[in-house]
Write a new protein. Structure first.
Lengths: 396, 293
């Protein structure tokens, strides 16, 4: 009897340990390579960030990780920033708020000087709140929610949610894509709900009729048959999907099997859908989306980035997140050179100097040309729309 | 016409809940425990099919059969290792162990398959049906789900009422001690229950992921909770109850999504559950429990 009890508690303990180790191994592997460099010390600037390296949005996090690393390696090979070598470390936050705060604390212990914040919005809000207390400079590549850069220490490379909502509505109206639009959005997600709100108000201003508004939550994101049926009944000819790609893949599949024929328009959250394991890319044929990066663009910056990235990391994570992160590092370089940052300054002093420099620089990057920043942290650049043709993006 | 369409997709979703609920309700009826790892067995089954059919490229029927074997073995192993030593322990200890097993399975899947969502290829190869001038579209997966669920429920009912091992299950569910005195091997009967319940979970996993083809380590969690609700709804321990509860749950969920609000559908489903339990505390088809003195 006693033995059985001991066995039971051992089993429970084993289960608990497995949970712990499962999380732990992920965190460790991401940090190892940079940790070895950190001990070298000397004249270095440490750039840290966090993102979902595992989990549902791992394609985003790994894109950022590789894109940033590519830029760091290039800059170091060319002599660094103001004579300082760069070190880069990214922690895994699985797109969760608590883990992002933990990641921030780990990075602070690592003596981070400058941060690229986090990859996803919810995590960035939590991460940013901690960073604001320390006056740590943040330039997030891809967190789109307005609140992500509410602190005066925070800037971003990508468009904000409202900006994407407005740009989508404008694009649909200006190009006469549709006059009757249906929407499916994720109501418990800051990114999705943020775009939805702005899209709705801009659409009515532009004379687009929204005939069906459907939503889902994270607990209810497998069965879309009811939403799709309502959209079918509403007579909409275009479906706006301000959501992430894993849910979008289900919607595309279920719409096809329920016989719904409709045009699709999405935002940068759909980026990554073509790289999903075993996804039937013919389902995404003709899907339009706003994304600042198309791998087949022919401008010099994109061609250089795509060639280098492909050689080093392959095609799997070559998405706009990688491009945003690549730009983020070069933007930090431009601002740091403008402000004359060196490794002796504290992270708070660096932040004050960079804040000022950010509003004075103009950067040409992969995700836009002549990008400038206002003091509120929002970039000013033109959105680009692409359409998925034969399994890849084509500029529209 | 859209009403019919909501109804059909509700029945399809409900049939999957019902299949999962059968596993919950059988185990509860016989072992008197809530096997919270049941939802995760579904996920394991779906990954087994994914590995066999997509990674190894074998045909779907091999995938389904392989997955049934994997889940049946897993179910028996879980029972032997985790639950059997606790047979005389308090029900709370067993419940916590079940939750532990659930996390163990999820994290094992996370380690082996990584957490990015995988797109599942349907194992169902039945053409869809269009009725009423293409107004009503019923997919092959929906037809397969409903037909398979009905067949399984009928077969399970026959098995339990007409065969020797099935009647042994009934006897164990009524009184373990008396059943043992009558010469029934209680341990192997409980193992058989887990074997059947887990094999059903494999079938449910195949149908779930064919209808909603996104597979991640948490795929089984939410359907597992919904199916548990369905089992309580219909009266936990009752096999027809699990079927009725599952289908009702799916239909209520889909109709409230269609006509009331996609936001509140879960709140409405659980609201209905509370109301039913207020009037029928043992569920729709649950037996009244006489406390033994």
């Amino acid at each position: 009897m006693k033995l059985k009890k001991i066995m039971a508690s051992l089993l429970a303990a084993a289960a608990a340990i497995t949970c712990l180790t499962a999380c732990k191994t992920d965190g460790n592997t991401s940090g190892n390579d940079s940790e070895n460099n950190a001990s070298a010390g000397g004249n270095v600037l440490r750039i840290g960030g966090s993102g979902p390296l595992t989990g549902d949005y791992a394609l985003y996090g790994n894109g950022v990780k590789n894109g940033a690393q590519l830029a760091i390696d290039e800059i170091n090979a060319a002599g660094g920033i103001n004579g300082c070598t760069l070190e880069f470390k990214i922690e895994d936050d699985e797109a969760g708020e608590e883990k992002a705060v933990n990641a921030y604390n780990v990075l602070k212990d690592w003596d981070m000087d400058i941060s690229i914040g986090t990859v996803t919005s919810g995590a960035c809000i939590a991460f940013g709140a901690e960073a604001a207390k320390d006056n740590m400079f943040i330039l997030t590549p891809s967190s789109t929610a307005v609140e992500c850069i509410s602190g005066d220490n925070a800037f971003r490379v990508c468009f904000s949610d409202p900006n994407q909502g407005v740009a989508s509505a404008d694009y649909i109206a200006d190009n006469g894509l549709s006059s009757k639009v249906a929407i499916i959005y994720q109501s418990d997600n800051a990114y999705s709900a943020g775009i939805f709100d702005k899209f709705k108000s801009e659409a009515s201003a532009k004379g687009i009729e929204i005939v069906s508004e459907q939503s889902f939550t994270k607990d209810n994101k497998t069965d879309f048959s009811a939403q799709l049926q309502s959209i079918k009944d509403s007579g909409a000819d275009l479906m706006f999907l301000p959501i992430y790609y894993s849910e979008a893949s289900l919607i595309l599949q279920q719409a096809k099997s329920s016989g719904l024929e409709i045009k699709y328009f999405g935002c940068d959250g759909l980026d990554g859908i073509l790289n999903m394991n075993n996804f039937d890319i013919s389902l995404a044929e003709g899907v339009m989306l706003l994304t600042p990066f198309a791998a087949d663009a022919t401008d010099d910056a994109t061609v250089h980035f795509v060639t280098e990235y492909r050689a080093k990391y392959g095609d799997e994570t070559m998405n706009q997140f990688a491009a945003d992160a690549y730009d983020a590092i070069y933007i930090i370089k431009a601002a740091a050179e403008k402000a004359g940052i060196n490794a002796d300054m504290s992270s708070s002093e660096i932040c004050d100097a960079l804040k000022k420099a950010m509003t004075e620089i103009t950067v040409d990057g992969v995700t836009g040309t002549s990008i400038t920043w206002a003091a509120d942290g929002e970039p000013s650049k033109a959105p680009k729309a692409v359409v998925i043709t034969d399994g890849s993006y084509k500029a529209m | 016409m859209s009403f019919l369409s909501y109804l059909v997709s509700g029945i399809s979703l409900g049939s999957i809940y019902a299949l999962i609920a059968l596993g919950y309700t059988m185990v509860y009826g016989i072992a008197k425990m809530l096997n919270f790892a049941h939802g995760d067995v579904i996920m394991v089954g779906a990954y087994a099919i994914y590995t066999i059919c997509i990674t190894w490229g074998l045909p779907p029927y091999v995938g389904v059969l392989g997955s049934i074997v994997v889940c049946a073995v897993l179910g028996v192993v879980i029972e032997k290792v985790a639950y059997k030593p606790l047979r005389k322990a308090s029900s709370l200890a067993v419940l916590i162990t079940a939750i532990g097993v659930s996390y163990l399975l999820q994290n094992a899947a996370l380690l082996i398959f990584k957490s990015d969502t995988k797109s599942f290829t349907s194992v169902v190869n039945i053409p869809s049906i269009d009725l009423f001038d293409n107004q009503l579209h019923i997919s092959g997966e929906t037809i397969a789900t409903i037909v398979v669920s009905v067949i399984i429920m009928v077969a399970l009912n026959l098995f339990i009422n007409k065969t020797k091992p099935g009647r042994a299950m009934l006897a164990v569910s009524e009184d373990k001690g008396a059943a043992q005195l009558m010469g029934i091997n209680v341990n192997s009967t409980i193992s058989l229950t887990f074997l059947i319940g887990s094999a059903l979970a494999a079938v449910a996993g195949a149908l779930l992921c064919s209808s909603y083809p996104a597979l991640s380590p948490t795929t089984g969690a939410m359907p597992g909770i919904k199916a548990f609700t369905a089992a309580v709804f219909g009266g936990i321990g009752s096999i027809p109850g699990a079927m009725v509860g599952g289908i009702l749950l799916g239909v209520i969920e889909n109709l409230s999504k269609g006509y009331i609000s996609t936001q509140f559908s879960d709140a409405i489903v659980f609201g209905v559950l509370i109301i039913i339990l207020l009037f029928k505390p043992t569920g729709l088809l649950g037996k009244k429990i006489n406390e033994k003195v």
